[in-house]
Design a protein around this ligand. Structure first.
Ligand SMILES: Cc1ncc(COP(=O)(O)O)c(C=O)c1O
Length: 374
């Protein structure tokens, strides 16, 4: 019986075939509720980034908890969530090229509130030309570089870009946003709170400059998982876009952004060989965990409940666990849960997630936007 069958519901997770992706519903809903409540208390809207989970059922849990809509990285992700009934989608990425434009115009036809990122006049013209031809308009958020050094115009060019964009007939400037990458240089609640305040103040200052220049800035959007829950009322942002926070992973533990008890997603794997006293080989390799290393501690995976159990090497179908430091010695046939370094890339390897509550299987959810990379 394959793991996508509803016949698993009610059974133990340890009966499942491996490797498979588990998501604990209790931890997932608690993570969603915690960040929603803290953000609402700070007067912030939450627009979760769905790149981390790619699963409409989770987006609906987030909206039911109070999220105003979702953030997507790709048009193809937005298509999946729109088809699943999500009515407010911001694509926080630079969209370039005629195929993207055609898809976006079509998407705008059935998403009640759709907005996209802009950081260049080249991209803005492509959007405006396509939407003009279709007789439509589209809301845009200007992307400013808040120190991540990725996309986004330098702050001193923001007003110039806004003026150029405002001259294009089909675009309506709704606000500005930044990718909060620099937050990942910090560790622990105190540092996250300090950086969150700096990020919010700097984006608010950019918004003020744009308003003085005559632009109607309604949305000031920032944030990420490490900063979520650390904003104060009146911080200057109107919304945050955390993504990883609902599932969490080893990187977030290492950063001090979550505890192991707040990790909702793990990979269930079987020990298939124990060739030496310390080398334990599991059936989860790079096709099940992804090859990304941890940000702060070296490793491809950590045994849930036994953080001293580290996967030090992966082949396509094999994971190498060093059981030397472990108090528990896994034996052939044992099943263990692995915390991946980064859930975003790991989850994109699976067709479905097994929803569990503790050790009981509750449901099977398709990862509907898995592989939606365009
Ligand atoms: C534009 C943008 N916003 C928000 C996020 C969410 O960040 P995190 O995964 O830290 O929650 C990301 C993540 O890469 C992003 O690229």
């Amino acid at each position: 019986m394959s793991n996508d069958s509803s016949a698993w519901i009610g059974r133990s997770i340890y009966d499942l075939d491996t490797p498979c992706l588990l998501v604990d519903l209790d931890i997932l809903t608690a993570n969603i509720a915690r960040i929603q409540q803290a953000s609402s208390a700070a007067g912030l809207d939450v627009r979760p980034h769905i790149k981390a989970h790619k699963t409409p059922q989770i987006a609906h849990l987030q909206v039911r908890a109070g999220a105003i809509g979702v953030t997507a990285a790709k048009v193809s992700e937005a298509e999946v969530f729109a088809a699943a009934g999500i009515e407010d989608i911001f694509i926080a990425n630079q969209l370039i090229g005629p195929t993207k434009m055609r898809r976006l115009v079509a998407l705008a036809g059935y998403v009640p509130r759709l907005s996209v990122a802009v950081d260049s006049i080249v991209g803005a013209r492509q959007l405006s030309d396509s939407f003009s031809r279709a007789g439509r308009t589209i809301d845009v958020l200007l992307e400013v570089d808040a120190g991540a050094g990725r996309c986004g115009v330098p702050a001193q060019q923001l007003v110039t870009l806004a003026r150029q964009v405002s001259e294009l007939p089909a675009l309506r400037i709704k606000g500005l946003f930044a990718y909060a990458g620099p937050a990942y240089k910090h560790r622990g609640a105190e540092e996250f709170a300090r950086w969150a305040a700096e990020e919010a103040a700097s984006l608010a200052a950019h918004a003020a400059t744009l308003r003085q220049a005559g632009f109607d800035i309604q949305v000031i959007s920032g944030g990420c998982t490490p900063t979520a829950g650390h904003y104060q009322p009146g911080c200057g942002l109107t919304e945050i876009r955390p993504g990883t926070y609902c599932l969490n992973d080893r990187n977030q533990i290492d950063l001090g952004a979550c505890t192991e008890a707040q990790v909702a997603a793990t990979v269930l794997s079987t020990v298939v060989s124990t060739p030496t006293a310390t080398r334990v080989i599991c059936d989860a390799g790079s096709k099940s965990l992804a090859t990304q290393l941890g940000n702060l501690s070296d490793g491809f995976g950590w045994v849930y409940g036994h953080p001293e159990g580290v996967f030090y090497k992966l082949n396509d179908e094999h994971g190498y666990l060093d059981a030397g430091p472990m108090t528990w010695r896994p034996r052939i046939g044992d099943k263990l849960r692995i915390i991946p370094p980064r859930i975003c890339t790991c989850l994109n390897l699976y067709n479905n997630m097994v929803i569990c509550s503790g050790e009981r299987v509750m449901d099977i959810w398709p990862i509907a936007a898995r592989g939606a990379n365009q």
